[in-house]
Design a protein around this ligand. Sequence first.
Ligand code: SF4
Ligand code: SF4
Length: 164
Amino acid sequence: MDQTDAANVLKDVSSELLTCMQCGTCSGSCPSGRYTSMVTRKIVRMARVNKRVLKDINLWMCTTCYTCQERCPRQIKITDAILAIRTITVHDGCILPEHRRVSQLVLQYGHAVPINDAVKQKRKKLGMEALPETVHKYPDALLDVQTILKSCKFDELVAEGQEE
Ligand code: SF4
Ligand code: SF4
């Protein structure tokens, strides 16, 4: 995504959010907001008026549960907007180190949480095969996953040293 594309996405998102009346239903419904500094209503307000939202760490506190979007009296697609803004920020090189690490695990192992020996043992104790029916068991499929991720340049996006 180049700067023009990013600007256009942000503009589209901003116009979508213009009908917000700042009622706070979104923040009051947000499960993440109970445990983090995220205030959905503020994210919406900020996204309407300036680009600072792109640097707001609270963007990453959203679990994309869609509760706010389901309850917004103005039927604003809040979660979709947050996801669109995140896409811009990632292409701008802004990504939390934890997310970068998890993304690299997906790239390397095909899983955000790869299996380990302890889990393999537990599976066996439960009468299951040590490896689940995923790329862990089928390395050829892992190569396919990696090919797909590389073809869309996901590997470059989450590589170390891409921070701004
Ligand atoms: S629920 Fe909808 S209208 Fe109310 S503050 Fe949130 S985005 Fe705005
Ligand atoms: S989608 Fe995100 S912002 Fe909306 S309620 Fe869920 S966690 Fe909160």
